[in-house]
Design a protein. Structure first.
Lengths: 124, 271
């Protein structure tokens, strides 16, 4: 089984698009529709090697989720890549402070995304 | 004495009588989101105009019996309507005047963004969009998303007829209403994201809101959209319309002459 990736995004369409790209590349994909659900999935003991996360989401946004992940020793080693339309410098800096390692802007380019995920998870 | 002017609304002033024109202005105002007010004297005009926040234009119906009054302060917002002018051509001119509020390079950016994002998000079938001044398609759902920075705001808006969309576009025929709301919400969001990517290098960094979807049958008032200049596209089958409206405040410091459209390519930046 390939590495497991958690995609956190409120858009079902986007999650499905990313899932297709990653599953075709041999990855296992878990989904959450907001930061709160993302945290629950992470804390359930599910082994995840990478988190792909949107910024603007209802209930809990992506930056707040990253802050919570950053504080938790059991999951804060998992690399986080933001996958979002948002590229405001202050929000990016907030992400960086919360442990985000890379920022990818939508619309998603499947090939670039797969390459990045392979690189980060060491599956090249 | 001033006509009754509501604060915060956009108005068009009409001076003179023309029933056909009035009827068309009412429809256009409902579609775009302005009201029109009739005045009968210079004093009434001056009193009214001082209370209007956004003046779309002033139309003076010249039946030839009066000397044309001069309104240099209105610039190209002053339109003269003569008997020999067709109402259609006047309305077309009015529409161009409204669009003129958008800096030309921003118009190009919005156009490129709509044409680039539409087939990527909605599918290859959606390459049949054409620029339209008429946004009055019969739609069932409205999906919007906002983006704002200091002295600048933009709204992406989709008007969609879900039933007809499923019928006309095979790739979407199996989508439920909630899946379509999700799809068009993400579409609006990404459209603004692509526009914002090109705005950042010229000094603007707008933040994007969460998209909102509304169903016409549950809320009759959603067809009323506040007036702002809007670039609109409609698909050939008239089941889907997308528009981006912008408001550029006088204090906006963006360097519009440096604006260059950046391709939407999913950039990756490692920290």
């Amino acid at each position: 089984m390939g590495a497991a990736v958690l995609i956190v995004d409120d858009s079902e369409m986007l999650r499905s698009q990313v899932r297709n790209v990653l599953e075709n590349g041999g990855f296992t994909v878990f989904e959450a529709q907001n930061g709160k659900e993302g945290l629950t999935k992470l804390k359930s003991g599910q082994k995840v090697e990478l988190i792909l996360c949107d910024v603007n989401m209802p209930e809990m946004n992506g930056i707040d989720m990253c802050r919570e992940v950053h504080k938790d020793n059991t999951v804060n080693k998992i690399p986080i890549v933001m996958l979002t339309t948002e590229a405001n410098i202050e929000i990016k800096n907030a992400g960086k402070e919360a442990g985000v390692i890379a920022w990818m802007t939508k619309p998603v380019d499947g090939e670039k995304l797969l390459l990045a995920v392979k690189k980060i998870t060491g599956r090249q | 004495m001033s006509k009754l002017i509501l604060p915060g609304k956009a108005y068009l002033i009409l001076w003179g009588e023309n029933k056909e024109l009035e009827s068309q202005l009412t429809k256009m105002g409902e579609r775009i989101g302005f009201r029109y007010v009739k005045v009968e004297s210079q004093q009434e005009l001056q009193d009214s105009i001082s209370k209007i926040k956004t003046l779309v234009a002033m139309i003076y119906c010249n039946d030839g019996s009066n000397v044309l009054p001069m309104f240099p302060a209105l610039g190209d917002k002053f339109l003269e309507y003569k008997k020999e002018t067709s109402v259609v051509s006047l309305l077309e001119h009015l529409d161009k005047l409204i669009i003129k509020g958008i800096p030309p390079r921003l118009t190009d950016l919005i156009t490129d963004a709509i044409k680039g994002v539409t087939p990527k998000l909605l599918g290859a079938e959606f390459t049949n969009l054409s620029r339209s001044s008429d946004f009055s398609i019969h739609f069932t759902n409205l999906i919007t998303c906002d983006s704002s920075a200091e002295a600048f705001s933009a709204k992406a808006l989709c008007k969609v007829n879900f039933e007809r969309l499923r019928h006309e576009y095979k790739s979407l025929s199996q989508r439920t209403d909630s899946q379509l709301i999700d799809l068009f919400g993400e579409f609006c969001n990404q459209l603004l994201g692509v526009i914002n990517a090109s705005l950042r290098p010229i000094g603007l960094s707008p933040l994007i809101s969460l998209p909102i979807g509304a169903e016409l049958s549950r809320s009759g008032s959603i067809s009323q959209v506040d007036y702002m200049p809007m670039i609109r596209f409609i698909d050939l089958k008239q089941v889907f319309g997308v528009g981006v409206s912008v408001s550029v405040g006088s204090k906006c410091q963006a360097r519009w002459n440096e604006l260059v459209t950046k391709a939407a390519s999913g950039e990756l930046e490692f920290f």
